[in-house]
Design a protein around this ligand. Structure first.
Ligand code: B12
Ligand code: SF4
Ligand code: SF4
Length: 351
């Protein structure tokens, strides 16, 4: 940041984009401290630093090409590249803020804290940071859905002592909701609940070689006879652990299904609608479950993920047709782009 420009919210956002962030928003530390996602284990900035005034939230999109492949493997590798890029962008921005006189640090985007809910929570929930920073709202499968890229994103936060003007959360529900339920239909582990997630079930697909797979392996290994141990030591599991150590791949971010099929975002309309339209995992049971969710909501049944406290992150106004509006706008843009292209071709011919 040369020439001492005024460092306000718009400057910070412009700089984040220049550095390569796809989306950027700002949340006030005071709001984050007042509304911990789960008050039993408060994931708040003040538990990290008493001096933090604002959290700058960066979003890095996952390229849609990865969701057009025959297997999940390309997504697994690209996830690691996306995280690496995001961390670098965040680190550079924090460094620049600090050089300008404002102590700043980047949160861990993926690591969890051993003392928070048996190590299943990060020190901050970056999805909730994203909602507070006005970047999206939580979907049926509790991924944050950004209007631009749906759930196909990773997020991180920069804690800074600089007071910056905060963005307002989106009050409309970005997720289409129960009448869509495509994430529920696609989930191979039946982990999608009603604005909630069965994490244990999800982890079987999302973290094939994650912490619980490692624990289970060693529990089995301890009781094995010597000959079995030799075979187990050279099994696919151990290879998976090795790959995880090498590139993190396999230890998280393995399952792309709820990301791939979500129709929110222009990246979906542009590159995924054709290949992801049909959902091979859809079963009559899953469809029936989605319908039950819809009925329960219409009847006003108590739904944990939509409680008065949790609806803050889902969009308290409910779904108001954002995806349909977005699709119409997208089609209009496509039509004017193809008009412009044919006019240019005509002009070329006339020349
Ligand atoms: C731990 C973790 C997981 C674990 C959980 C492990 C475990 N055994 O608990 C598992 C394996 C489930 C997981 C899976 C995935 N993860 Co993950 N994960 C995290 C991590 C590191 C911490 C999550 C956290 O702290 N949550 C905080 C709590 C409060 O949030 P919550 O659990 O969602 O709870 C809220 C609601 O769910 C609800 N709720 C909670 N419990 C219950 C229970 C019921 C019954 C109900 C109804 C509601 C409810 O209330 C809470 C308050 O709103 C974050 C990074 C971070 N630091 O935030 C990434 C993160 C959430 N993961 C991410 C991703 C991409 C994924 C996967 C898509 C990976 C994949 N492709 O395989 C899947 C998506 C699964 C899903 N639909 O949620 C991204 C999310 C991006 C996005 N668009 O939302 C994050 C933010 C990483 C990042 N830095 O970008 N993840
Ligand atoms: S990441 Fe996979 S297993 Fe987990 S909720 Fe999404 S679709 Fe289901
Ligand atoms: S797939 Fe449909 S129901 Fe699921 S998060 Fe996306 S919009 Fe919501």
């Amino acid at each position: 940041m040369t020439g001492q420009p005024r460092i306000d919210a718009s400057f910070v956002k412009r700089r984040a984009r220049e550095l390569g962030a796809d989306l950027v928003g700002i949340a006030s530390a005071a709001a984050l401290n007042a509304f911990p996602p789960d008050p039993r284990w408060p994931q708040t900035p003040d538990r990290i630093s008493p001096y933090c005034k604002s959290v700058i939230v960066l979003v890095q999109r996952i390229p849609a090409g990865a969701f057009r492949c025959k297997t999940n493997v390309p997504v697994q590798y690209i996830d690691m590249l996306v995280l690496r890029k995001m961390d670098k962008v965040a680190y550079r921005l924090a460094e620049e803020l600090e050089e300008a006189g404002h102590p700043s640090l980047v949160t861990a985007a993926q690591e969890t804290d051993w003392s928070y809910k048996r190590a299943s929570y990060g020190r901050l929930s970056t999805r909730h940071l994203g909602v507070e920073a006005g970047l999206g709202t939580l979907g049926l499968e509790v991924n944050i859905l950004t209007p631009e890229f749906g759930p196909r994103v990773y997020l991180t936060g920069i804690l800074t002592e600089l007071e910056l003007e905060a963005d307002h959360p989106i009050t409309e529900q970005v997720c289409i909701g129960e009448s869509c339920s495509r994430c529920l239909h696609s989930c191979p582990a039946d982990a999608v609940l009603h604005f909630g997630i069965d994490k244990r079930a999800c982890a079987t697909e999302a973290q094939e070689f994650g912490f619980s797979t490692i624990l289970q392996f060693f529990e089995r290994f301890i009781d094995m006879a010597a000959a079995e141990k030799a075979a187990a030591a050279s099994s696919r599991d151990v290879f998976g652990f090795w790959q995880g150590l090498l590139r993190v791949v396999g230890s998280f971010g393995d399952c792309p299904r709820c990301l791939a099929v979500c129709p929110v975002g222009n990246d979906y309309h542009a590159h995924l609608a054709d290949v992801q339209k049909a959902i091979p995992e859809r079963t009559p049971e899953k469809v029936a479950l989605g319908k039950t969710f819809k009925e329960n909501r219409a009847k006003g049944e108590p739904i944990a993920g939509l409680s008065d406290y949790n609806s803050r992150w889902v969009g308290p106004e409910g779904y108001k047709g954002m995806v349909a509006r977005q699709l119409q706008e997208f089609k209009k843009q496509q039509a004017s782009r193809s008009d412009a292209a044919s006019n240019a071709a005509l002009a070329d011919e006339e020349r």
